[in-house]
Design a protein around this ligand. Structure first.
Ligand code: SF4
Ligand SMILES: [Zn+2]
Length: 120
C-alpha cells in the first residue's frame, strides 16, 4: 500500500488527497493521474528522463517540485536494460531451437508416446 510522502501514513492508491495531512496526491482530481513530488526541497527535473533527453517542454522545468509526467532516469534505464535482456534471451532460445530442432521434436514425440502407453 502506498504511503503519503509528507506524513508517511498509509493511503489508498486511489486517494486524491492524504486523509491525515491533506497533501494532494493526484493531479486534476483524477485518481489515475499520478502527481509526483519531491521531498526535502529537491527538484524532480534533475532525475527525470525527459530533462536528460531534453524533450520536456513544461514551463516549470528545470525547477519542478511536482509533476504529472516525471519519469525517473534509473527506471527508464532499468526498463531499457530489461528489454535488452529479454531480447537476448529470445535470441538464445531461437538459436537453441535452430540447432536442436529435430532432437526436440523427436523427444516430444517420444514423450507423448510414453505418456499414451502409460495411460492406456
Ligand atoms: S517532465 Fe516534469 S520533472 Fe520531468 S523535466 Fe519536465 S517538468 Fe521536470
Ligand atoms: Zn499525509
Amino acid at each position: 500500500m502506498p504511503v503519503c510522502p509528507r506524513c508517511q501514513h498509509q493511503v489508498k492508491a486511489t486517494d486524491l488527497v492524504c486523509g491525515y495531512c491533506g497533501l494532494q496526491l493526484k493531479a486534476h482530481g483524477h485518481p489515475s493521474i499520478e502527481l509526483h513530488r519531491t521531498t526535502g526541497g529537491d527538484v524532480l527535473c534533475k532525475t527525470c528522463a525527459y530533462d536528460a533527453d531534453d524533450t520536456c517542454t513544461f514551463p516549470q522545468r528545470p525547477y519542478a517540485t511536482t509533476c504529472t509526467l516525471y519519469q525517473s532516469i534509473t527506471a527508464e534505464a532499468e526498463r531499457a536494460q530489461g528489454e535488452v535482456r529479454s531480447r537476448s534471451q529470445a535470441a538464445s532460445f531461437r538459436s537453441v531451437w535452430q540447432r536442436y530442432k529435430l532432437g526436440i521434436i523427436l523427444l516430444a514425440i517420444f514423450g507423448v508416446s510414453v505418456l499414451l502407453t502409460l495411460l492406456t
